[in-house]
Design a protein around this ligand. Structure first.
Ligand code: NAG
Ligand code: NAG
Ligand code: NAG
Ligand code: NAG
Length: 719
């Protein structure tokens, strides 16, 4: 019976091979505004300030780099020599030219003026046209020389003739051309409509060719008849155009359409390359990235997911394999037998597929993107459904039901919409007014009431207690005074407007404020612009700071710490019964998500530790909160632009699901008090089985001896 009991305890265990299953991320790049398609790779600059490399046969992201400074949408990409890609980043104040290897290493970097054009000249040199009109030639040793001056330029194209180059540029006056070492002039057509081919410069219905140092106009070029705004020439062989259709023509005979493929919406950008003799066309159409080869769609990426504006998580009503209900309904034995069967199955079978169904790990993650699309993921990272083109503006959750709203409100169930008239209860907090020089930034209050607080007091080493201040009406309002650059935290009762305490903190960057309020503690972080660190403040509220005393008005304790990076988002772990310890979960600007135990980020860490009798196991105050690599939840991952973090309980008290969202979506399971209610990953099943076997064997061996001895004893006492 004891052994069976053992098995029952194991039932709530979590086998090692499941731990990293709920541990995934999506990899998004955003919407490209410039791309280069070369040798099976698509290099892009996107609206998420990302430079990325995609594998053109799968659409998989091979490399990503996100610029800290915003990248303007007139930034440029061009292929350079030796397989390098030159990327001209135009930032607000500065510009730089970065040469990347195809594996995502920086080969060289140059600081230049704002760039209007970047042109590869026969894989030998690179021409960088700056907006002020100077044309720089950059050679393979990264030496620079100015080879021409044209007027102020917005954009440029380069045409090649036998041994001469012609630069076509867009300026406020119109479209101009400049023959290097030769004459200049203007062209009577829109810069965007100009198509540069080996034959000449195609413009309106005409084609210009360079003859004896002059541009000569030839009327009614056949290429001009099909060229449009988004036309591209591929490998000097094909002409690709795209509006609602992608059309590929033979450049030598432009009246001959080779293939055509319909799009759902007009293309914003096309790039093409030949792959094994086929034309591969990369199309950006709204948020969709598409790749066509031979007119067939090979892959598609949905980059609306690169801008997640909100997430919410609903349960799927999974329960532990034996629920409390089974016991209440006296199904002890059937429940027990099921449980034992399940456990035996766990013990003897290596590949168990359904065991995690019972711990409430599999939830629905509903994602709202900036463009109003909804997506549903399960906890394991599978995209289950999507709802597009409804333009939702917000999502909310009531009683574990997800709702999405545009002008109407819909219940969202398994990817289906159901119109309802439910409305989100507006959580109205009335912060007490300060004088007019303060503006309200945000308010926070505990999201649950006292019945859900597991420990209402802190027990000290002397067996005395500090009572947590747990009035559920307690809120905090944060105000900002621009002139004094001062944040003011006001702790008050939202029912009576009584103010309990207020705190001031100076910062010049109030937008960086992150605030959480749990149980009896308030945690906030701020970081100054361009600072390497951020400040984390902890405010704890107790009925009284004198042990064993109670009162109706809180007393508080405050400590501030430094974090060695800027904070992008913050939350606190939530478990089912709030018994497990609490961790702060912090997303850093550097791309990691880290956990900080509350015992470190604590407002009662003593400034001096007396050797005699420490009141409790708190470490001496240190101003810097170290980031422990073992508590880096994102492991090796770099998560871009995380702006929201959510922690939701599972059916296991030890375990909480943490989801982060921004450009990427990330989910992992977190166990702040380690797995006290689940089996450790390195639990040795074979040792357990061997122990049982040895015990059973020894019983079998010992039993004859025992009965012999009993028999002998009986004889001896008789005699
Ligand atoms: C792209 O993916 C294909 C198929 O998985 C693979 O064979 C190829 O090596 C990949 N290319 C690059 C550049 O990684
Ligand atoms: C999670 O739940 C969904 C819907 O019930 C199911 O399709 C999916 O397979 C589950 N995932 C796992 C890993 O159990
Ligand atoms: C609290 O103060 C706010 C603003 O000053 C006010 O709108 C609200 O009615 C007050 N609430 C109570 C209960 O007095
Ligand atoms: C606290 O929450 C529980 C469960 O959600 C609810 O039954 C109870 O009425 C709430 N109590 C108060 C005082 O709001």
């Amino acid at each position: 019976m004891l052994f069976l009991f053992f098995l029952v305890l194991l039932a709530s265990g979590l086998p090692a091979d499941e731990i990293f299953r709920v541990d995934w991320q999506t990899v998004q790049i955003g919407r490209p505004f410039a791309s280069v398609f070369k040798d099976g790779r698509i290099y892009s600059l996107t609206d998420q300030n990302i430079y990325s490399v995609l594998n053109s046969s799968t659409g998989e992201v091979l490399y990503r780099y996100q610029s800290d400074a915003p990248v303007k949408h007139d930034s440029l990409l061009a292929p350079a020599w030796n397989g390098l890609v030159a990327c001209g980043f135009n930032h607000e104040a500065t510009s730089r030219l970065v040469f990347w290897t195809k594996d995502g290493l920086i080969e060289h970097e140059l600081d230049l003026g704002s760039l209007a054009g970047l042109h590869n000249v026969r894989d030998e040199t690179l021409l960088a046209v700056q907006k002020d009109g100077s044309v720089l030639q950059i050679d393979k040793d990264y030496g620079q020389s100015t080879i021409a001056h044209v007027g102020p330029v917005q954009a440029s194209k380069l045409a090649f003739f036998a041994d001469q180059l012609v630069l076509v540029s867009k300026s406020s006056a119109g479209t101009a051309y400049k023959i290097f070492d030769g004459q200049e002039g203007s062209l009577g057509c829109q810069f965007e409509d100009i198509l540069v081919t080996d034959e000449g410069i195609v413009c309106n219905k005409d084609i210009y060719k360079l003859e004896s140092g002059k541009l000569q106009k030839y009327k009614n070029s056949p290429v001009a008849a099909v060229a449009g705004r988004t036309a591209r020439v591929v490998n000097s062989q094909y002409l690709v155009t795209a509006d609602e259709n992608i059309q590929i023509y033979d450049l030598d005979d432009p009246s001959r359409l080779i293939e055509s493929h319909a799009l759902n919406s007009p293309a914003d950008m096309i790039e093409a390359d030949t792959v094994d003799g086929w034309v591969a066309v990369f199309v950006v159409s709204g948020d969709d990235l598409l790749l066509f080869v031979g007119g067939e769609l090979v892959w598609a990426r949905d980059e609306s997911l690169a801008e997640i504006s909100d997430i919410l998580i609903t349960d799927r009503h999974e329960e532990l394999s034996v629920s409390l209900g089974d016991f209440e309904h006296e199904k002890h034995w059937s429940g027990y037998i099921d449980r034992v069967k399940h456990n035996l199955h766990l013990l003897f079978k290596e590949q168990h597929t359904d065991t995690d169904k019972h711990f409430g790990f599999n939830k629905t993650i509903v994602v709202l993107t900036r463009n109003g699309n909804l997506y549903g993921y399960d906890s394991y990272g599978h995209l289950e459904w999507s709802i597009k083109e409804h333009g939702f503006s917000r999502i909310f959750k009531l009683d574990n039901q997800a709702y999405a709203a545009n002008e109407k409100v819909y219940a969202v169930q398994d990817g289906k919409l159901l119109e309802t008239d439910v409305n989100e209860e507006q959580q109205v907090l009335y912060p007490p007014n300060l004088d007019g020089s303060y503006r309200l930034l945000t308010t926070a209050a505990r999201g649950y009431n006292n019945t859900e607080v597991a420990s209402p007091a802190v027990v000290l080493a002397s067996r005395r207690v500090l009572y947590k201040y747990l009035n559920p009406q307690t809120s905090v309002g944060v105000f900002y005074n621009e002139d004094a650059a001062l944040l003011k935290f006001v702790v008050y009762n939202k029912a009576t407007n009584q103010t309990y305490a207020s705190f001031e903190h100076s910062t010049k960057n109030p937008e960086s404020l992150k605030l959480v309020f749990e149980e009896n503690f308030i945690v906030f972080t701020t970081s100054e612009k361009n600072a390497e660190t951020s400040l984390l403040g902890v405010i704890e509220l107790y009925e009284s700071l004198t042990p064993d005393q109670r009162s109706k008005v809180p007393e508080h304790q405050v400590r501030t710490y430094f974090l060695p990076s800027q904070v992008a988002a913050m939350t606190v772990t939530r478990t089912k019964y709030n018994i497990a310890s609490k961790w702060l979960i912090v997303a850093l600007r550097s791309g990691e998500i880290v956990a900080i135990p509350r015992t470190l980020a604590n407002a009662r860490r003593p400034f001096a530790v007396s050797k005699k009798e420490p009141e409790e196991m708190l470490m001496k105050y240190q101003p810097v909160l170290p980031v422990n690599p073992k508590l880096t939840l994102s492991h090796y991952r770099k998560l871009m632009a995380t702006s929201k973090l959510v922690s939701v309980p599972t059916e296991l008290e030890s375990t909480t699901l943490v989801v982060g969202a921004g450009t990427d979506l990330f989910a992992t399971l977190v166990r702040p008090s380690s797995s006290f209610d689940s089996m450790r990953g390195d639990f040795s099943k074979s040792t357990l089985l061997a122990t049982i076997a040895v015990l059973v064997a020894s019983i079998l061996v010992v039993r004859p001896f025992v009965s012999q001895k009993q028999l002998k004893d009986a004889w001896q006492t008789r005699s």
